[in-house]
Design a protein around this ligand. Structure first.
Ligand code: TA6
Length: 301
């Protein structure tokens, strides 16, 4: 009989539970709480001690494993956005490739649960299987480490275990929970080049703070520094390392109607600000090499 996660791992800061058909991992310590599901290794909640929820998840999200949970921090790997056959195809598997890669559609395993300094850490791992090979016939290892400490830290480690070089694009596709998206100000993108995906991917350069219009879909490239979301009385800070893109997305009222798992009016309470490497920032990963994308999320009042 398969051992449950609770049978395999025992840590005072960690609780395992089910939501519908999905396994959930709750980390809690003096810094706050976080919840990750093994489905897609998707963080679904981060709540700093004494603070409010930072992550948005749709009220009509699906938890039966048939599709990624709408919201949280989906892992987009080894391609961001729709698959582009000119990068690694054409290949018979192309017909099975879905948006934002293979990782978020799979159930990952828990590799370790432990305390590190003054934080609690869980590492999830995804290795190839029939469904990954059907969509992407390459050998890999993918790990996500989630660390709940003063900040919420994520480390996505992709390892090329194949015999060919890949062109990888990726994102930690964070849905932030905000008081009101339209009109909110986002700092840290000044002077950064971006592609306006809602305007034929026209290139432009950000001037000053971004005042959020909805809808928006902009891919900032060659970015450095922190991104700060001014959400009412709190500031949410996203910092990344080894990631050079920032994707800002909100579907707007009309766009939200296109998502069966997003109530129309909820677009005002979320904004995606995604760390990663997309478009110009895609990178070559040689056979045997690994790449780690780091992202840290914190809140200041
Ligand atoms: O990151 C923005 C985006 O690429 C949008 O185009 C929208 O498709 C969003 O991701 C959500 O993608 P999903 O495949 O989860 O519906």
């Amino acid at each position: 009989m398969n051992q449950t996660l609770a049978d395999r791992f025992d840590h005072p800061d960690v609780r395992f539970f089910k939501r519908d058909r999905l396994d959930m991992i709750e980390l809690s310590n003096r810094h706050g709480t976080a919840v990750v599901t093994t489905h897609g290794a998707t963080v679904l909640s981060y709540c700093p001690k004494g603070g409010e929820e930072v992550i948005w998840v749709s009220d009509t999200a699906v938890y039966d494993g048939s599709k990624p949970v709408r919201g949280g921090i989906p892992v987009c790997w080894p391609w961001f956005g729709p698959y582009d056959p000119s990068t690694l195809g054409p290949d018979p598997s192309d017909a099975h490739k879905k948006g934002h890669g293979i990782a978020r559609y799979e159930t990952w395993d828990v590799e370790s649960v432990r305390s590190v300094e003054d934080a609690t850490e869980v590492t999830l791992v995804l290795l190839p299987g029939d469904s990954t090979r059907k969509a992407w016939p390459h050998e890999f290892a993918l790990r996500l480490t989630v660390t709940l400490g003063e900040t919420l830290r994520l480390a996505l480690v992709g390892e090329n275990r194949s015999d060919r070089t890949w062109l990888v694009s990726e994102a930690l596709h964070t849905y932030f929970r905000v008081a009101r998206a339209t009109g909110m100000s986002i700092d840290g993108l000044d002077h950064t080049t971006y592609y306006d995906k809602l305007n034929q991917a026209t290139r432009a350069t950000q001037s000053g703070a971004l005042t959020l219009t909805t809808p928006i879909e902009s891919v900032y490239v060659g970015h450095v520094g922190d991104v700060v979301l001014h959400d009412g009385a709190r500031d949410i800070v996203m910092r990344q390392d080894n990631g050079h893109s920032v994707v800002v997305w909100n579907p707007g009222a009309e766009g939200a109607k296109g998502f069966a798992d997003m109530p129309e009016e909820q677009f005002e309470h979320m904004v995606c600000v995604e760390a990663g490497n997309a478009l110009d920032d895609a990178y070559q990963l040689e056979p045997g090499a690994s790449h780690t994308l780091y992202c840290a999320i914190s809140v200041s009042a």
